[in-house]
Write a protein that binds this ligand. Structure first.
Ligand code: FAD
Length: 470
């Protein structure tokens, strides 16, 4: 057997606690017992690990772990080799001219925001600190800044990628442009809908902006009896929404009573003295929330910690499936509510299951053409995350089945209401989805590029792309 000589660490089941800790993912259901976990010290270590895995007989499956937040098992491997970027490659550097930020492939958005807040710049990144830059970005990346700045991939200037043959290449609009096109919206690893399958991004360079804060944030919660009034108020707001405003809507049952409740979670840019949020939230105040905590925070680092309290006691058995919708259809949202209420009444095990809608403005993301990046969905839309959660192993199958069935319902109903089938949300797929439902008309080009950059199908997890040899 060839040996693996690297400067970083190699963990195996014999490594004890360090190995067990390194297997941890956001959801327990995403964890698998790896044969090897490589924690690289540098990019050459990543390349060496990729070559080592392929030199074994039979070759080892390779999984790439960024932040470990994805709701499937793509960042894990049963018996294969995990490249644990998140353990070590997390440096973040703001360029001296403050026009760009260099982020290593294993960083969390929290790592980025800690640095950008100090340096007084902003980047188009994730909403929560614990989400990895790697998975988020290669799957497109819907950000709190997205209404004004587009997707994370629209703000990616260049990337450094370790390819299946171990080469370390820089890619941008001018260098290896095909690869740059492919990694923007298709996960580099067989992945989540993003599709990837092109390599391991060890370094991202993002466009930097002046600070977009202060940010109006918070929560306004209503009892389920008010759902129709809340839906109507959101519908009215949606017709006047500006790109600086994003609203999240969350269906959950909070202790101590566990009754169904609907919460509105605003993120408002440029909220100087709270003026924008006062205007936006006025109709929602009028509905008399039973719980309200709103205010302004100075930077994205604080925005990204906004959900810490509510997530602290969430079950760790979570399956997430996403769906897209073309407009805020009250009848669709009400139907989702009813299905969620019915499911979460079935047992205490699955009562924490929740539904989250993200109502970011599509204004900026539709300015990019469907064929300009691998992510083809460039018509107005929003996404919803259906989160099946269980407190016991016994409840997992039901939570999973519910998430699958409800996301399928949303996709189908949206197609009926809008006349457009939007396919699946690449960042919240589970792996069994058809690639054409994710990449649409971009699939043939992606398959040809797969043949160019990964002819042996080394990157095979997630939504697999078959290489198309010409
Ligand atoms: C609570 C929650 C909220 C979310 N909110 C949003 C949201 O607002 N907008 C949004 O767009 N998405 C959102 N997501 C989805 C999230 O972006 C994806 O789950 C993403 O894959 C997480 O990235 P990660 O690096 O933490 O994932 P991991 O689990 O580490 O990896 C996920 C996939 O990405 C691949 N990958 C990771 N890093 C790299 C890399 N450096 N190079 C190549 N491939 C890599 C992995 O191989 C794997 O296939 C949310 C997820 C959760 C759990």
């Amino acid at each position: 057997m060839t040996t693996l000589n690297i400067q970083g660490k190699i963990l195996t089941p014999a490594s004890g606690e360090a190995y067990t800790t390194a297997l941890t993912r956001l959801s327990e259901l995403s964890q698998l017992p790896a044969g090897y976990i490589v924690q690289p010290s540098n990019y050459a270590d990543v390349a060496a690990a990729v070559k080592f895995a392929q030199a074994q007989s039979p070759p080892l499956e390779i999984a790439i772990k960024g932040g470990g937040a994805h709701g499937a098992t793509w960042a894990s491997s049963s018996g294969g080799l995990v490249v644990d970027l998140g353990a070590t490659l997390r440096n973040v550097t703001v360029a001296s001219d403050k026009q760009s930020v260099v982020v290593q492939g294993g960083a969390l958005w929290g790592d980025v925001y800690e640095v950008t807040a100090k340096e007084s710049v902003d980047v188009v990144g994730g909403p929560l600190w614990f989400i990895g830059v790697g998975g988020f970005t290669t799957g497109g990346g819907y950000s709190p800044l997205g209404g004004e700045r587009g997707l994370a991939i629209d703000n990616l200037l260049s990337a450094t990628v370790v390819l299946a043959d171990g080469r370390i290449v820089k890619t941008s609009k001018d260098e290896e442009p095909d690869l740059f096109w492919a990694i923007r919206g298709r996960r580099l690893r067989r992945t989540s809908g993003g599709g990837g399958q092109f390599g391991i991004v060890v370094e991202f360079v993002f466009k930097a902006y002046p600070p977009q804060g202060p940010y109006g944030v918070g929560v306004l919660a209503y009892p389920g009896t008010e759902i129709e009034k809340v839906i109507k108020a959101v519908k009215d707001w949606k017709t006047t929404q500006t790109p600086a405003e994003t609203l999240g809507i969350n269906f959950s049952r909070a202790p101590p009573h566990f009754q169904p409740s609907v919460a509105l979670l605003p993120t408002i840019l440029h909220d100087t003295n709270g003026e924008r949020s006062a205007k936006l939230l006025a109709p929602f105040h009028d509905l008399k929330p039973v719980f309200e905590k709103t205010g302004t925070v100075p930077d994205l680092n604080m925005v990204s910690h906004g959900a810490d309290g509510s997530l602290k006691n969430a079950p760790r058995r979570v399956v997430i499936r996403g769906a897209m919708f073309s407009d805020f259809y009250p009848e669709l949202v009400l139907a989702i509510w009813q299905k969620w209420v019915a499911f979460t009444e079935t047992s205490e095990d699955v009562r924490a299951s929740s539904v989250f809608f993200d109502l970011m403005s599509s204004k900026k993301l539709v300015e990019v053409g469907a064929a300009d990046t691998a992510l083809a969905l460039r018509v107005p839309h929003n996404w919803v995350a259906v989160q099946g959660k269980s407190t016991t192993d016994a409840g997992v199958a039901a939570a999973d089945e519910w998430a699958k069935s409800l996301s399928g319902f949303i996709r189908q109903k949206n197609a009926e209401l809008s006349g457009k089938d939007l396919g699946w949300f690449i960042n919240m797929c589970q792996g069994e989805e058809k690639p054409e439902d994710i990449f649409g008309d971009n699939l043939p080009r992606l398959r040809k590029l797969k043949a160019k950059y990964d002819p042996q199908n080394v990157w095979s997890k997630g939504v697999a792309l078959a290489p198309l040899h010409e």
